[in-house]
Write a protein that binds this ligand. Structure first.
Ligand code: FES
Ligand code: FES
Length: 248
């Protein structure tokens, strides 16, 4: 995946890191140096808890983020400059050629954000641990697992494409040739894996319109069908290749 980090984005990353490290003193070192009693005391006057335990709640500017921080000896604390808690990022996701401005928890996967925040149902969840490929989407043309990509890292102009983005509509004649081929050959049974297989096939055929069986095996190696429909899935891929060659 291309990393097109702008100076502004680098600054954002540095800010996140600066919340972990203040000068040469880490947050952990600060807490140890100050002692638990000092932390509790500081919490009483407002402020330190914002550093000690940022929560993924709805972001808002709080007094705790701007109030003076009590100093302990020579240790310096860099105030939080973002208007968001440390665990939240504001990103613009480009999904199927639509831009979505969204505030995400930095620990959330792309699949979670697409499904729970944006209400998109264009990829399935199987294992949720990069093993089955049910959640496959494309990022800048590469097939990737949406369940293990962090959404907060995808707001830098990367093009995300799902199975909905390659077709013109839900009717058979509006489907992309790859999706049509899976339908025609019956390359599915329960369908949990199908969107992932379609997207991996689409990624393969976009670069290699005339794949060998080995090419197909390699391209689909990250996709698993628990219904074991592999023979029909392979027939679907070769029919899709034929359709795409005719279309080209
Ligand atoms: S759900 Fe993402 S790889 Fe299985
Ligand atoms: S069709 Fe059921 S998992 Fe593939």
């Amino acid at each position: 995946m291309a990393d097109e980090t702008t100076p502004e984005q680098k600054r954002e990353d540095e800010e996140l890191e600066s919340q972990e490290t203040s000068g040469s003193v880490t947050r952990r070192q600060f807490l140890i140096g100050a002692g638990v009693g000092a932390v509790v005391g500081a919490a009483g006057v407002g402020g330190v808890l914002a550093f000690a335990k940022p929560t993924p709640a709805t972001p808002q500017v709080t007094q705790a983020q701007t109030a003076p921080i009590p100093q302990t000896g020579q240790q310096q604390i860099v105030p939080i400059v973002s208007d968001l808690p440390a665990t939240m990022r504001r990103v613009t996701l480009d999904i199927d050629n639509k831009k979505y401005d969204v505030i995400v928890d930095v620990r959330m996967s792309l699949w979670e954000v697409m499904t729970y925040h944006l209400g998109l149902a264009s990829s399935n969840l199987g294992c949720d641990r990069a093993q089955c490929g049910a959640c496959t989407i494309l990022v800048d043309g590469r097939a990737m697992n949406g369940c293990t990509l962090l959404a907060a890292r995808l707001g830098r102009g990367q093009k995300i494409v799902t199975v909905d983005g390659i077709s013109k509509g839900a009717q058979l004649d509006q489907l992309h040739p790859v999706a049509q081929a899976f339908h025609q050959e019956g390359g599915y049974q329960c369908g949990i894996c199908t969107r992932g297989f379609i997207m991996s096939t689409y990624a393969l055929l976009s670069k290699n319109p005339n794949p060998t069986e080995d090419d197909v095996r390699e391209a689909l190696a990250g996709n698993i069908c628990r219904c074991s429909e592999y023979p029909k899935i392979y027939e679907s891929v070769f029919l899709a290749a034929e359709k795409m060659r005719k279309k080209a």
